[in-house]
Design a protein around this ligand. Structure first.
Ligand code: 16G
Length: 256
């Protein structure tokens, strides 16, 4: 069967579309149309290459890209399956990882990778509005949902305010709950940036993805209700499990 005929939407394009990309488009369409649902096993490389008369290498390229994009999951010895939809997270309310996961019916957990106290770098001191010699507590945590690694977080907290937190607290509990309930800090708002990065060896190992996989780096500065910064966090979220959304409101002409 000719792929081009199947991928009708692409036939009007002027440049020849690579075969692997045609197959990828076809599989994506099947997922969008629910012909392939989450958890379904897709046909094997051999079956796809015979059906569409393309080489197995071409099939593998399409599938590998879809695995990297989080659309398919390879299970060794079992086959390739359609992944669960990504976790969609709004970027409007200031919520914690624990709250976000519970809200989705997922069980949050944390692996504390380490804590240390160090002199704040110039950048961190500036972000946290600290003096040059100020110290920060750095907390490294792997965040999991239903036992699967989702994000790697490096939190920087002003030591003068948060130094009483103990590693044993941080391993088991929500940081936001500790800040609010233990230290009496009222969180007010946060500023956050989002950028794509590729997983290095260490990040890949902890997040259980291949080195070079896409990750989303979120940097968040959280302020208390008086506007004083209380945390600066660098979070690496798995690009194959997450997408973030924002609602955009058009400014009405003539208003303001
Ligand atoms: C989120 C925040 C992180 C915060 C953590 C607290 C982003 C990018 N990061 O992961 O800044 O420290 O929640 O979660 O959203 P916790 O209260 O469950 O420890």
């Amino acid at each position: 069967m000719e792929l081009m005929r199947e991928v009708a939407a692409l036939t009007s394009q002027r440049h020849p579309v690579p075969l692997y990309y045609q197959l990828k488009t076809l599989l994506c369409q099947m997922i969008d149309n629910d012909e392939l649902k989450s958890g379904d096993c897709i046909p094997s490389e051999r079956e796809l290459s015979e059906k569409y008369e393309i080489s197995r290498m071409t099939v593998r390229q399409a599938i590998t890209e879809m695995v990297q994009e989080g659309l398919l999951i390879r299970k060794q010895g079992k086959g390739t399956f359609v992944a669960e939809p990504k976790i969609e997270q709004g970027l409007i309310s200031l919520s914690s990882f624990t709250e976000d996961m519970l809200q989705r019916g997922l069980h949050p957990s944390t692996r504390l990778l380490g804590t240390r106290v160090e002199q704040a770098s110039r950048r961190v001191a500036k972000i946290l509005s600290l003096g040059v010699d100020a110290r920060v507590m750095v907390v490294e945590r792997l965040r999991l949902a239903d036992g699967l690694p989702m994000a790697l977080e490096f939190s920087h907290l002003p030591y003068s305010r948060c130094g009483d937190l103990k590693p044993e607290d941080l391993g088991g509990s929500s940081l936001y709950r500790l800040l609010e309930e233990r230290l009496g800090i009222q969180l007010g708002k946060a500023r956050q940036t989002l950028e794509p990065v590729l997983a290095d060896t260490h990040e890949a190992e902890l997040l259980e993805v291949e080195k070079g996989s896409p990750l989303l780096l979120l940097e968040r500065t959280t302020l208390d209700t008086l506007g004083v910064p209380v945390e600066f966090v660098r979070s690496f979220y798995r690009g194959d499990r997450y997408k973030f959304y924002v609602e955009l409101i058009r400014q009405q002409k003539g208003a303001g």
